[in-house]
Design a protein around this ligand. Structure first.
Ligand code: BEZ
Ligand code: FE
Length: 296
């Protein structure tokens, strides 16, 4: 069947815009821009927004940008996360299955330059259920990695991160731990809680008007660096959390779930790590991918 004159003109417009990028010297930038135009035009062709709807979309993106402060509020990351795009970018960038620990979203609440902490130091300056999170860091071939740096962040019991919640002391529930000569790490903290992502901006309005909930299952964030290895950005999720199946940002993977087991006050680890009552213990070993050497 012949395309209608409208369809032909609309398709010609797309090709004209694509062609306008043909002289982009950087081939990667050219591909990214031409792909963007094709897919954006296909979206418009499929959904046929009215002019008022398209203006509302532009207003939404404008409001999203205005909500960003460059420090702890990054509404565009939230948008990418809640649309599942962050996890799709993560997935296509970690397709190799070398046995390395799986990755998940970075999120908008990391703060660089947090305190260096000694093994087993308590990073919780606010109350919660005391917990020990410990284990080892290995290279993919099973060699323990000494001196690996584990940069950690988690929310307080009120579901807010220090920095986001200015009432919390600086560095609360954040810190940089290092593995010892055997590749062991130990973090004293509180059991993470589930919390809603911020809903006071455009992304919150999008969730409300589409009847989506904003909750993330309880988790502890890790960014792990070891010499000669790919950086690992991941979380440990609390086993049994009610939001594991409906994370607002689609970040959960079964391999990243960990149990926080109850331990009594007279447990050997209590003395070693200074707990003066019952606590929870979570154990998890991380595996990092070596950076391929030139020629590999
Ligand atoms: C977080 O886990 O900190 C997070 C991730 C994505 C969006 C919002 C928060
Ligand atoms: Fe988080």
């Amino acid at each position: 069947m012949e395309a209608t004159p409208h369809a032909a003109a609309e398709a010609a417009l797309t090709e004209q815009v694509v062609a306008r990028f043909a002289d982009t010297p950087d081939p990667r930038l050219r591909a990214l821009m031409q792909g963007l135009v094709r897919h954006l035009h296909a979206y418009v062709r499929e959904c046929e927004p009215t002019e008022a709807e398209w203006f509302a979309a532009i207003q939404f993106l404008t409001d999203t940008g205005k909500m960003c402060d460059g420090l702890v509020r990054q509404e565009f990351i939230l948008l990418s996360d809640t649309l599942g795009v962050s996890m799709l970018v993560d997935a296509i960038n970690h397709r190799q299955s070398t046995g390395a620990t799986e990755t998940t979203v970075f999120g908008p609440f990391y703060i660089a330059g947090m305190p260096d902490r000694s093994a087993g130091e308590n990073m919780a300056l606010t109350p919660g259920t005391p917990a020990l999170v410990h284990g080892r860091v290995f290279s993919a071939d099973g060699t323990p990695l000494r001196g690996a740096v584990l940069d950690i962040w988690q929310t307080a019991e009120n579901g807010m991160y220090s920095g986001q919640d200015t009432a919390q002391p600086t560095g609360n529930l954040r810190g940089r731990y290092r593995t010892d000569d055997e590749g062991d790490y130990a973090i004293r903290t509180i059991v993470p809680v589930s919390y809603p992502i911020p809903t006071d901006g455009p992304v919150g309005q999008m969730l409300t008007s589409t009847r989506r909930h904003p909750w993330r299952p309880a988790h502890l964030h890790f960014m792990i660096d070891a010499s000669g290895h790919r950086r690992l950005v991941t979380h440990l999720f609390n086993q049994g959390d009610p939001y594991l199946d409906s994370d607002a940002v689609f970040g959960v993977k079964p391999s990243l779930q960990v149990a926080y087991e109850e331990r009594p006050a007279d447990h050997p680890l209590a003395r070693r790590f200074g707990f003066d009552g019952p606590f929870r213990e979570a154990r998890y070993d991380f595996v990092l991918d070596p950076v391929p050497k030139a020629g590999d």
